[in-house]
Design a binder for this molecule. Sequence first.
Ligand code: DAH
Length: 360
Amino acid sequence: MSDIEAIGKRLMQLVERSKDMDALESARIAVLGKNGELTALLKTLGSMSPEERVEKGHKINLWKAAIIGTIEAQKTIFETATLQTRLATERVDMTLPAPDAPRGTIHPVSQVMDELAEIFADMGFAVAEGPEIEDDWHNFTALNIPETHPARAMHDTFYFPDDMARDGQKMVLRTHTSPVQIRTMTSQEPPIRIIAPGRVYRSDSDATHTPMFHQIEGLVIDKGIHLGHLKWTLETFLKAYFEREDVVLRLRPSYFPFTEPSVEVDVGYSVINGKRVIGGAEGWMEVLGSGMVHRKVIAACGLDPDVWQGFAFGTGVDRLAMLKYGMDDLRAFFDGDNRWLQHYGFNALDVPTLSGGVGA
Ligand code: DAH
């Protein structure tokens, strides 16, 4: 066997025996690097006679090509193996439970507000907001509750001291979300379709009343709006909210200063295993106040009541939450007791969507 054959074979073995990428790289340098053996062999060609150079040069280059081919093949094998190990070891099992770290929950009030926003968005209602520190005009006067009106006494209002009056207006903690009706009508052109969820305040505290609670207001202002639109809207809303088709409404004549006519809305319940369940009509419970927006309210907002009509409604969000999710003490809503929150709270990923079910 000639020298070249012996050297070629030995160098090839060096490459073939490399067990990993590092060893392969060392072998490549030892053979083909600047001071590599095969490189050195190629350098000897210069001092040969032309005939010899042709013959040996051909042989050396054949070995060079073969060794480069083997190095490339080895590389591919090592790379594939590395990838396979990574895929096997770095796999994340998405079905494993989350680590047992402290976990917060979404308060039922927030969850219900999100549900309501989702339901009403589907009917074309936008969400509107107003300040919790409100002036007397927006909270009362513009809603047809003048200073001398007996309805003022019904609200157990928290008044701010006189020296905090703004533009001659006494300031109050808003007693309901109805002032958002006024703020919307004075800042937007009709047609209007809004809901306004938020905190409200009254100086009242017992098992069913807390000084701060949550309401949601609804307002529609357009041309040719009548009580039928109101009833359809409330029925569609309550069916979606309670996720039952058999929700039955009863509209009773009532009185609110800002609506004429005014109606109180009851929803029918059935008694199942001693518990009241929404649906059917074995008994009734009041869930909403509503009515056609009073002409005086429309006029107070600078709109012509002969052109624009509408309906409004308002209800307690906390109560809606209690009816749907079965809590029986309102005060627990605001205690911040972690056990209650863990029990009644919602997972942050339970985002209400109409397609996924607003009940989460
Ligand atoms: N603002 C009323 C309250 O706090 C609730 C209410 C009744 C709102 C009738 C309305 C309505 O918009 O039309 O008791």
